[in-house]
Write a protein that binds this ligand. Structure first.
Ligand code: NDP
Length: 481
C-alpha cells in the first residue's frame, strides 16, 4: 500500500492530525494507496513555508528561476513512463493517453512558462512630452492553486508553472481523487534545485484543505479549476477578503456540424471530442448539433464507430477507453443516462456498464453512450454530465444552430465543422464561448487565452494572461518638465 504524504518546505510529511483517506484504483475499484486528510494546520505550515521562501524566490535572478523550472520540465520528461503509469492507475485513463497527452503536457507547461517569463514585459505609456507612465508587474506572494481530477498533473502544472515562473511561491492542492502524480512531483522539484518552501503540496478534501487555503489570510490569490458549484463557494469565501481569483469551471460544449463539412474529418474528430478521457474533459463536446441534410448519414456512421470502441484495462493499449474516475462519479453519469431516458431520449448505442472479469470485475467502466430525441431545454442537455455521454440533435439553419449552441448557462468551448470560410467566421463570432475550434478540437497553443464565459468561469489562463494574473500591476507616472 503506497502512503502519499504532503510536501511542505521541501520535505515529505504526514498530516498534523495523523488522519488518512483511501485512494482508489478506478479500473479495479479497490483501494491502493492512502492520502493525508490534511486540515487548516497543514495549510498553515505550507503557507508559512511559502511565505518564508517568497523573498528569495521572487528576487532570484530571472535566468536562475527559469533554469530551475526548465530543469523540472526535463525531469518530468525523464520520468515520463513512471508518471504516465501512475496517472493511468490513479485516474483510470488509458496509459497511452497519459503517455501521449497528460505527462508531455505537464512537461510543456513548465517548459513554456520557464521560457515565457523571460519574454514577459510590462507597458509604458507616453502621455505627453513631459509625462511618462510605466507599469511594473511584480509577483504577489503565496499563490493557492486548486485543481481537479480529470487531467491531474496536466491541470495542476498549468497553474503552478506560471505562478512559480512569475516569482510567487505556491501552496497547491490536487484533487483528493487523483493525488498520485502531484505527490511524485515533490521529489522532482527537489532534484531540480527548487529552494525549500517555494512549492508546497497539501493533500486532502476540498471542503477541508481547499477551503482552508481559500480562507487563509496569507494566500491572496486563488487559481481554481473545477466544478461551477465549487467555484461559486470559493468566490463567496474569497470575495470579502478581496482575493484575486481565476475560476475555470464546467462546460456543456456544443459541437456544430454543418452539412458542408469534411464528413470524414468531422466524424473522426467528433469521436475523440466526445469520448476522449472517458468524456471527462471540460472541453469535450457533449451536445452535437448536426445539420439535417447529413443528419442520418452522420448519426449512423458515428454510432457504428462508437459501438466498436474497446473499453477496459487502461494499461492495454488496444483499449480506447478506460474506467471512470470514481464510484460516485460513475453513479452520477449512470443517473444521467437514466434521466435522459425518462426525458424521452433514445439510446442509440451504449448506456450500460461494461462488466469485466478477474481483477477488473469491480472497475467503473461504462460504454460510450449516444442519445437522440431530446429537447435542448431538458436537463440532460443543460447540465454538465462530464462522462462518456453525448446527445445528437438535428438543425436546419445557421441561426438555429447558434441559438441551440448558446442555449445553456455554460460557455467554455465550442466546435464548428464547415468548409465555408465566411460561415466559419460568422458562427465563431456569435458563439458565447471562451474558445471556438473550427474544423479541429483541442488544438492547444499555450500562448492563447484559455477560459470560459457565463457559468464556465471568470478570468483566463495561458500565455500572458496567466502571467498577468500571477503578478500585480503598478502604474508609476512621472512628470519631468
Ligand atoms: P470539484 O469542483 O469537485 O473539485 C475541484 C477541486 O476543488 C478539487 O481539488 C476539490 O477537492 C476542490 N474543492 C472542492 N470543494 C472545495 C472548496 N469548498 N474549497 C476549495 N476547494 C474545493 O471538481 P472535480 O474535481 O469534480 O472536477 C470536475 C469539474 O472540473 C467539472 O465540472 C469540469 O468541467 C471542471 N473542469 C474545468 C476545466 C476548465 O478549464 N474550465 C478543466 C477541467 C475540469 P476534492 O477533490 O478533494 O473534493
Amino acid at each position: 500500500m503506497i502512503k502519499i504524504q504532503n510536501f511542505i518546505n521541501g520535505r515529505y510529511m504526514d498530516p498534523v492530525g495523523g488522519e488518512h483517506l483511501d485512494n482508489y484504483e478506478p479500473a479495479k475499484g479497490r483501494v491502493y494507496s492512502t492520502i493525508p486528510r490534511s486540515g487548516a494546520e497543514d495549510v498553515k505550515l505550507a503557507a508559512d513555508a511559502a511565505k518564508a521562501a517568497f523573498p528569495e524566490w521572487s528576487s532570484m535572478r530571472l535566468e536562475k528561476r527559469s533554469k530551475i523550472l526548465y530543469r523540472l520540465s526535463e525531469l518530468i520528461d525523464q520520468n515520463l513512463d513512471r508518471l504516465a503509469e501512475a496517472e493511468s492507475r490513479d485516474n483510470g485513463k488509458p496509459l497511452w493517453l497519459a503517455k501521449e497527452v497528460d505527462i508531455p503536457r505537464a512537461r510543456d507547461n513548465f517548459r513554456f512558462f520557464a521560457t515565457a517569463i523571460q519574454h514577459f514585459a510590462s507597458e509604458s505609456h507616453r502621455t505627453s512630452d513631459t509625462i511618462i507612465n510605466y507599469t511594473t508587474r511584480k509577483p504577489i506572494g503565496v499563490a493557492g492553486c486548486i485543481s481537479p481530477w480529470n487531467l491531474p498533473l496536466y491541470l495542476f502544472s498549468w497553474k503552478v508553472a506560471p505562478a512559480l515562473a512569475a516569482g510567487n511561491t505556491v501552496v497547491a492542492k490536487p484533487s483528493e481523487v487523483t493525488p498520485m502524480t502531484a505527490y511524485l512531483l515533490g521529489e522532482l522539484c527537489n532534484e531540480a534545485g527548487m529552494p525549500a518552501g517555494v512549492f508546497n503540496i497539501v493533500h486532502g478534501l476540498g471542503a477541508e484543505v481547499g477551503n482552508a487555503m481559500v480562507e487563509h489570510p496569507d494566500i491572496p490569490m486563488i487559481s481554481f479549476t473545477g466544478g461551477t458549484v465549487t467555484g461559486a463557494t470559493i468566490a463567496r469565501t474569497a470575495a470579502p477578503m478581496f482575493k484575486k481569483l481565476s475560476l475555470e469551471l464546467g462546460g456543456k460544449n456544443p459541437n456544430i456540424i454543418f452539412d458542408d463539412c469534411d464528413f470524414d474529418k468531422a466524424i473522426a474528430t467528433s469521436l475523440n471530442s466526445s469520448f476522449a478521457n472517458q468524456g471527462q474533459i471540460c472541453l469535450c463536446g457533449s451536445r452535437m448539433y448536426i445539420q439535417r441534410g447529413i443528419y442520418e448519414r452522420f448519426r449512423d456512421e458515428f454510432v457504428r464507430r462508437v459501438s466498436e470502441f474497446k473499453v477496459g484495462d487502461p494499461m492495454d493499449e488496444n483499449n480506447r477507453m478506460g474506467a471512470l474516475v470514481s464510484q460516485p462519479h460513475f453513479e452520477k453519469v449512470k443517473s444521467y443516462i437514466q434521466l435522459a431516458q425518462e426525458e424521452g431520449g433514445r439510446i442509440l448505442t451504449g448506456g450500460e456498464e461494461v462488466k469485466l472479469s478477474g481483477e477488473f470485475a469491480n472497475g467503473w467502466f461504462l460504454r460510450p453512450t449516444v442519445i437522440e430525441g431530446l429537447h435542448e431545454q431538458c436537463r440532460t442537455n443543460q447540465e454538465e454530465i462530464f462522462g462518456p455521454v453525448v446527445t445528437l440533435q438535428p438543425f436546419d439553419t445557421e441561426e438555429e444552430a447558434i441559438a441551440l449552441a448558446n442555449s445553456t448557462t455554460y460557455g467554455l468551448a465550442a466546435t464548428v465543422w464547415t468548409e465555408n470560410v465566411r460561415r466559419a467566421h460568422r458562427v465563431a463570432d456569435q458563439l458565447k464561448s471562451g474558445i471556438v475550434w473550427v474544423n479541429c478540437w483541442l488544438v492547444r497553443d499555450l500562448r492563447t487565452p484559455f477560459g470560459g464565459v457565463k457559468s464556465s468561469g471568470v478570468g483566463r489562463e495561458g500565455g500572458w494572461e496567466a502571467l498577468r494574473f500571477f503578478t500585480e500591476p503598478k502604474n508609476i507616472c512621472i512628470k519631468f518638465d
